[in-house]
Write a protein that binds this ligand. Structure first.
Ligand SMILES: CC(C)(COP(=O)(O)OP(=O)(O)OC[C@H]1O[C@@H](n2cnc3c(N)ncnc32)[C@H](O)[C@@H]1OP(=O)(O)O)[C@@H](O)C(=O)NCCC(=O)NCCS
Length: 189
């Protein structure tokens, strides 16, 4: 993929040498209260290096870096859904905790949504998050996503082997909704 540039960010393909920065990001994420609502990540340097190399071999997960310093601050994923007809992508994102609350996730996801709708021909982008993951819910609302459903899920178990259940929201954004939101934003600027 050609790198995407925004005001403050460079969004590019992963490279194998992103492994150490990805490890730091994953470790911080796993110690956050939000990790329990996601699949458990591998935690060893070797496993994360393999993930970085796997990301680098494809184009689904993109590294987000600060343009000013080149520092890796997070990643955004767009995975094509194959279970339903139409061109549907699933959006995912994790940012390093040291870089939360600067608007970087919003800026990066906006650029990636543009790519999904304009370059990849997406009809719809979908995603899901735990109701208790308030920053993620706010991010999706800012991006224009609409809550499309809710269900109880569990990705992890506690020390006693009991599933950690949580309320999850599914979200979607159609091409029409995205175009309308882009138009509104363009009129505001
Ligand atoms: C979800 C996640 C990416 C959200 O990160 P975030 O830092 O809240 O989102 P942004 O980078 O877009 O920052 C937006 C916040 O910064 C604030 N902000 C500060 N300076 C800003 C600026 N210059 N421009 C825009 N926003 C700014 C905004 O007001 C907003 O705050 P609010 O949510 O309280 O309204 C982050 O919490 C994360 O990586 N979590 C762990 C991974 C995760 O849970 N992923 C989802 C799994 S389903």
């Amino acid at each position: 993929v050609q790198p995407l540039e925004t005001d403050r960010l460079l969004i590019r393909n992963f490279a194998p040498d992103d492994g150490p920065a990805l490890l730091d990001l994953v470790r911080r994420y796993q110690s956050s209260p939000y990790a329990q609502f996601d699949h458990r990540w591998p935690m060893s340097p070797e496993e994360i290096q393999a993930v970085a190399e796997w990301f680098a071999s494809g184009e689904s997960s993109l590294a987000v870096c600060l343009r000013s310093s080149g520092e890796f601050i997070g990643f955004v994923s767009l995975n094509q859904e194959t279970t339903e007809p139409g061109c549907i992508y699933n959006l995912g994102y994790v940012f390093h905790q040291a870089h939360w609350r600067h608007g970087y996730a919003t800026e990066a996801c906006r650029a990636v949504l543009r790519r999904a709708f304009l370059d990849l021909g997406a009809d719809r982008v979908v995603t899901g998050t735990a109701a208790a993951n308030a920053p993620s819910c706010r991010l999706l609302a800012r991006l224009g996503f609409r809550q499309a459903g809710e269900s109880t899920g569990a990705f992890q178990t506690d020390q006693d082997g009991q599933p950690i259940t949580f309320l999850g929201y599914s979200y979607e954004l159609t091409r029409e909704e995205w175009l309308a939101a882009e138009h509104t934003l363009a009129c505001q600027n």
